[in-house]
Every structure is written in C-alpha cells, then in structure tokens.
Design a protein around this ligand. Sequence first.
Ligand SMILES: [Zn+2]
Length: 196
Amino acid sequence: MSNKGRPDRIWHIVPLRPPAVRRHCQHCQRRQWFICSEKFRLNRTHGRIDIWLIYKCPVCSSTWNCTLFSRLKVAQLNEDLHRRMVANDRRTVWRFAFDRGVLRANQAEWERTVDYRVEGEPIDLQTVETDTLRILVTCPLPLPVRVEGLLARQFGLSRSRVKGLLLDGLVRLEAGSKRIQEDTWILVDVAAIRAL
Ligand SMILES: [Zn+2]
C-alpha cells in the first residue's frame, strides 16, 4: 500500500497545552515545573529588540523568561511575526513553546509528554464495514505521541492488545516508526483482526 490517495479516516492530534519547563525556583528554593504563560515579553531599545516567552512557577507565580530573540535588529524581525507576538497569538506562542531548538538553547528541561486530544472518531474494528483501513494521523507540533497509546484510545483496545497487533503486522505504521511524526499513515488489516 502506498501513501498516495485518500485516507479512509483522518485523526488530528491536538495537544492540550504546551510542555512545562523544569527550573530551579528562587522563591520556592526547589525545582518546579514552570508552566507556559502563553505570553511574550518584548523589550525594545535603540532599534534592537529582546523577546522572551514567559513561564510561571505554578506554586509561587515567579516567572522565568525563555529567550527567543536577543538584541535582534528590529528591522530584521518579520513584521507579521512581530505583530503576532505583540498580540500573544496562541499559534505563535505554541510554535515557540514546542520548539526543541529554543528550549535546548535555553538549557531548559522540558516535559516529554503532554496530554492531547484526538479530532477524529474512534473506530470499532469488529463492526467497521471494511476489510482494510488507511488512517492518516496528523500532528503538526512535535509532540511525542506513542502509537500504542493512540491506537488503544481510538480502537477501544488495551495497550497490550495493540502491541500484539503491531508485532503481528496487522496494524503497521507506513514509516515503520513507533512514534507519530508530522503525517503518519497507519495501515490496518481489519479482516485479519476480525478473524482472530
Ligand atoms: Zn516557585
């Protein structure tokens, strides 16, 4: 089977929130998981601009600034991006909050998994009226989604059952990976599963 053509189903993975970042909190005197405030802070001086994404300690509300741009010439900053940052545009916030390069550059330790919801109906493999299924899973943000967990949820099966189906090749990821990438095709041999 190839990835050309239309999928039978599409599932969109939507994270519930950006990953938290673990930092030493000066006020609490211990390490805390700082939550993304979903707000930028911009500071402009002499034609240069600093931009941070603000995180907050969930216990004492102390803030930590995650550096996005440092001493950038204002003229070099894309006008549209600048406008979206001033407005704390959510999509723009999330793009940076999920950017591993940014987090790494800030020496941040970030949460490796974040809860997500799936837009797209679950499938009952016993009653679905088809012998094969080609499911397209989209995950535009770099979220580590384990395929067993996703399929257990969407097929209403236990993780161990899903693991067995993956091992037997009755469900397989076209990319051969165990993780959901940006666009992942999942191929399901429904007839063989029903016959088990
Ligand atoms: Zn604190």
